[in-house]
Ligand binder design. Structure first.
Ligand code: ADP
Ligand code: 5GP
Length: 189
């Protein structure tokens, strides 16, 4: 049953923006709040955008088996908390995970029924422009993320569903259609 949706792809490709759009059109979808060791950006809130943990706490929770998946990305740790995912699923709601590629691979192993979507940028230059125009990261961070992106883009063919996020409205509609189809086929099972 398709109750878990994984949205992955390089930083700056538009995952967060597409998920915000998706929640406007399919409000029953819940977004799992991840844990991370990176510092909050301006305007980010603990518990809403991320659970911001220090390294020791993150590692302790890894040891306790609290994560469905976790990975190191550009020098920081990120992970999906089991309790987040299970709370939403337990309430009967479909859940979206916005995670990087290594985490998506782990989910593919442990939850093969999850629907995975890789969001592809129209070009590498467009990706760079988006990271720059978002204005949340300094030049070093952007350079590091772009480096990781090259590797991530090579893995796009591992994913059943790929969406090129060129025109935002068109991509948002495609994603909505895909999710609705999967939700209705889940209901029919
Ligand atoms: P991610 O969550 O994948 O890191 P974001 O959703 O934060 O990416 O998007 C990165 C930047 O690109 C944001 O400033 C966003 O407004 C912009 N953006 C997203 N999708 C598009 C698009 N299709 N065309 C142009 N800009 C986009
Ligand atoms: P950012 O620092 O821009 O919020 O996120 C950096 C990267 O980490 C993005 O690709 C984002 O999708 C990913 N990410 C966010 N939460 C998680 C998570 O819980 N697990 C994994 N594996 N990646 C995550």
């Amino acid at each position: 049953m398709a109750r878990v949706f994984v949205i992955t792809g390089p930083s700056g490709v538009g995952k967060g923006t597409l998920i915000r759009r998706l929640r406007e059109t399919i409000p029953e979808l819940r977004v799992s709040v991840s844990a991370t060791t990176r510092p909050p950006r301006a305007g980010e809130e603990h518990g809403r955008d991320y659970w911001f943990l220090d390294d020791a706490e993150f590692d302790r929770r890894v040891g306790e088996g609290d994560f469905v998946e976790h990975a190191e990305y550009a020098g920081r740790k990120y992970g999906t908390l089991r309790e987040e995912l299970e709370r939403h699923l337990g309430e009967g709601a479909p859940v979206v995970l916005e995670i990087e590629v290594q985490g998506a691979r782990q989910v593919r192993e442990t939850m093969p029924e999850a629907v995975q979507v890789f969001v592809v940028p129209p070009s590498f230059d467009a990706l760079r422009e988006r990271l720059e125009s978002r204005g949340t990261d300094g030049a070093d961070t952007i350079a590091r993320r772009l480096e990781v992106s090259r590797v991530e883009l090579e893995s796009q063919h591992e994913f059943d569903h790929r969406l090129v996020n060129d025109d935002l409205d068109a991509t948002a509609r495609q994603l909505e259609t895909l999710v609705r189809e999967q939700l209705s086929s889940a209901g029919a099972v």
